[in-house]
Design a protein around this ligand. Sequence first.
Ligand code: GUN
Length: 291
Amino acid sequence: MTKVNSTPLILNGRHLADEVLNNISNEINLLKSKNKRIPGLAVVLVGDNPASLTYVNNKEKTSKKIGIYSEVHKLAVNVSETELIKQVKLLNNNKNIDGILVQLPLPAHIKSDKVIEQLDPNKDVDGLHPYNLGKLFSGQDCLVPCTPLGIMEILKHYSINLSGIHTVVIGRSTLVGKPLAALLLGKNATVTIAHSKTENIESVSRTADILISAVGKAKLIKSSWVKNDAIVIDVGINKVYENGISKSVGDVDFENVKSVCKAITPVPGGVGPMTIAMLMANTLKAYKKND
Ligand code: GUN
């Protein structure tokens, strides 16, 4: 049964992100007023992938806006794995840097796992080092990947109960799907991870009380994938051209799904801004631990 003419609650990630950033900015102002060192974030970008460049620019802009010291290291697309690791080690030893993020994806000739393993786990603000992922999966405090952390903050902010609730995560990446499953389990949710090889994915998706899509396919999720009154979290940021204009759309076909679901994150303005806000929060957390 499809609901007709109802409007879902819009889970406003931009508003929440602004609140988080404002709190961090206040903490940094306090540090400045006490003449303390301020937190520092280094982002390493290899090559000139336009999407990565946009993400890195946004991270730098946000750092500066809230008073985090920021460095961006741009390396040529043909840089060797050894050279990249050398840069990571320099940043590991840099006392002004609390957080290091190596923007992904890396070019095919570089093994991301090898590079990430060289990060100082205490500066791994992406939460992707095996040390942090191991801690996450064993339920210990650690640096947690930013997008899953941002999703958990949205769910908490809107008082969305997770205990015993069936959540379906579509996508099994190390960046989003897998760590998110660990976080949801930590809040006693029942978790299904579906992915490109899942049989009858549409029916699996339809069993979700909370449906989270992190696939990267524009408008994949239609109303037939969504249970009546489900909560929908859209992690996708997909560039599409409509009438000659480039715009970002999510994995969820918003117009199609909005009459079925109870609440939904928009794209843009949902999970995306929270990812950046959590990167800043992780940088402050690393600073506090390391200082
Ligand atoms: N590329 C897309 N999202 C991310 C992210 O959260 N961290 C890194 N390092 N690269 C990304």
